[in-house]
Design a protein around this ligand. Structure first.
Ligand code: MV4
Length: 505
């Protein structure tokens, strides 16, 4: 087993990986940029090394500097987390060349899944259903027209070196094709440095359902069930849950078997995720494979009881998987809400700044994977993810009720967060019934603004102002121990009563 692991990442995921190292008795070492000197991961790690200036190009993406630090600190292995260098084949190769174990799949597997057309070809050859479309990069609009005539409109034009929706274009008919092709090519050139495109048949209102797999170095591959990630905003997942309310056990087993087949097709090792698009008739199609630990991995941990990060470390150090597929039991339901420093009332505009006050939720079935603390300043340079609030319940209903309760307990002061948005989702009847698809977030939003304009809203605002005035101006009168008006929990309860009476009907 490793003695020292270098974590080439920041934020909540660096903290998550340190926790796994701690439990295994492994020394956890982090790199940090100049903007992250005061981060939680630096405070929590056993050792920390500055890797460069704030810009990730100059720090977390510098393969040479990270390898140099790993050698200097005698790390046996590097965990890349997600994002940054996690799916960079060159980095995986650099680790190998320097006798440092990369905690993740081989450079080969990363490379073949990074190129989406190659991935589609490999999967199609292995008998994994892929979305109908081109199995090679297409070079011209004319070529696209030809394939589109075969599969039928509408079609999606996607970036061959992309992923996650960037450079993606919906084309409804032949008239729109030339322009769509041109825009997609230029977008993917500027985003990925490569203009190669491919096309897929457009799947209307699909669910995004992905299967978590684990594969060791001895040919054992198992799956840990699915995660439904259909609630997205601008191709960013924001709420994930397992099991999916959209599929049944039979489809889950089928998807699981296919996901294992997909992993075997590239001799995959370590933790990975096969993403599927699922249409209204529950047909599922391979979309892409993520060759890394995913942000949303905790919900799978909650229903399987398996620590995926610890498994990654065991697998990378050469330990065989201790479980067979029949040992994996999925119990209950889990939901994750990604808490961002963004203003949901202002089009999710990023709101970095100092966290003046912080109170975290707790109690049964609640887990908060956080990278921040009270007094911490959220830097402007990176993704503004503060934490992931994860809950477990015996049933889906218990899970969303628990999430609702945890979100009410969660207090962040000084910066705007997406917590209020998630409170609205958890109380939405369609969400509660499990009815949502790709259009869900837009729907909740357009509905939201008018329905909240209660006729008594101005009265509530005046009442709140008077109450605030009394609190500020007459603390001695209102803050005496007898009526205990400063008790935060009590105030909180009153606020709940007010808001539920006025807003949700
Ligand atoms: C699609 C699609 C429909 N048809 N591909 C790919 C990346 C992901 N972020 C969105 N992607 C989609 N790919 C075909 N052939 C629709 C989407 C899509 C989507 C999928 C799942 C959940 C939410 C979504 C929101 C917008 C678009």
């Amino acid at each position: 087993m490793f003695k020292r692991i270098l974590i080439a990442n920041r934020g909540e995921i660096a903290v998550r990986i340190i926790r796994a190292c701690r439990e295994l008795g492994i020394t956890a070492i982090v790199v940090y940029s100049e903007a992250d000197r005061k981060s939680l991961s630096v405070r929590y790690a056993d050792e920390a090394y500055c890797v460069g200036p704030p810009s990730s190009i100059e720090s977390y993406l510098r393969i040479d500097k990270i390898i140099a630090i790993a050698k200097k600190c005698n790390a046996d292995a590097i965990h890349p987390g997600y994002g940054f260098l996690a799916e960079n084949a060159e980095f995986s190769k650099a680790c190998e060349d320097n006798n440092i174990i990369f905690i993740g799949p081989s450079a080969d597997a990363i490379e073949s899944m990074g190129e989406k057309t190659r991935a589609r070809k490999i999967m199609s050859d292995a008998g994994v259903p892929v979305v109908p479309g081109s199995l090679q990069a297409i070079d011209t609009a004319e070529e696209t027209i030809e394939i589109a005539r075969q599969i039928g409109y509408p079609i999606m034009i996607k970036a061959a070196f992309g992923g996650g929706g960037k450079g993606m274009r919906l084309v409804n008919d032949e008239k729109e094709l030339k322009e769509g092709f041109r825009v997609a090519a230029s977008e993917s050139m500027s985003a990925f440095g490569n203009a190669a495109l491919y096309i897929e048949k457009y799947i209307e209102d699909p669910h995004h359902i992905e299967i978590q797999i684990l594969a060791d170095h001895y040919g054992n591959v198992i799956h840990l069930g699915e995660r439904d990630c259909s609630i997205q905003r601008r191709h960013q997942k924001i709420i994930e849950e397992t099991p999916s309310p959209f599929i049944n056990e039979q489809i889950r087993n089928k998807m699981g078997e296919i996901a294992i087949k997909a992993a075997q097709a590239v001799n995959y090792t370590n933790a990975g995720t096969i993403e599927f698009l699922v249409d209204g008739n529950k047909n599922f199609y391979f979309m892409e494979m993520n060759t890394r630990l995913q942000v949303e991995h905790p919900i799978t941990e909650m229903v399987t009881g398996i620590d995926i990060v610890k498994k990654q470390i065991y697998i990378a150090s050469g330990v065989a998987l201790a479980y067979r597929q029949e040992d994996i039991l999925l119990k209950g339901n889990a939901i994750e809400c990604r808490i961002y420093a963004e203003d949901p009332d202002n089009n999710f505009y990023p709101c970095p700044g100092t966290i003046a006050g912080l109170r975290l939720p707790g109690g049964p079935g609640v887990r908060d994977d956080s990278g921040v603390y009270e007094g911490y300043e959220v830097p402007i340079y990176y993704d503004p993810l503060l934490s992931k609030l994860v809950v477990w319940g015996r049933t889906r209903e218990e899970a969303f009720q628990r999430m609702s309760r945890a979100l009410e307990e969660y207090k962040v002061e000084g910066i705007k967060t997406t917590i209020p948005f998630y409170r609205r989702v958890m109380s939405d009847s369609n969400y509660q019934k499990g009815i949502f698809n790709t259009k869900y977030v837009d729907l909740v939003f357009s509905k939201h603004d008018e329905s909240r304009e209660h006729p008594l809203l101005p009265v509530a605002i005046i009442a709140a102002a008077i109450s605030e005035f009394e609190q500020k101006e007459y603390p001695k009168i209102t803050n005496n121990k007898k009526n205990n008006a400063t008790n935060e929990w009590k105030l909180h309860g009153r606020h709940q009563l007010l808001s539920s009476r006025l807003y949700s009907y």
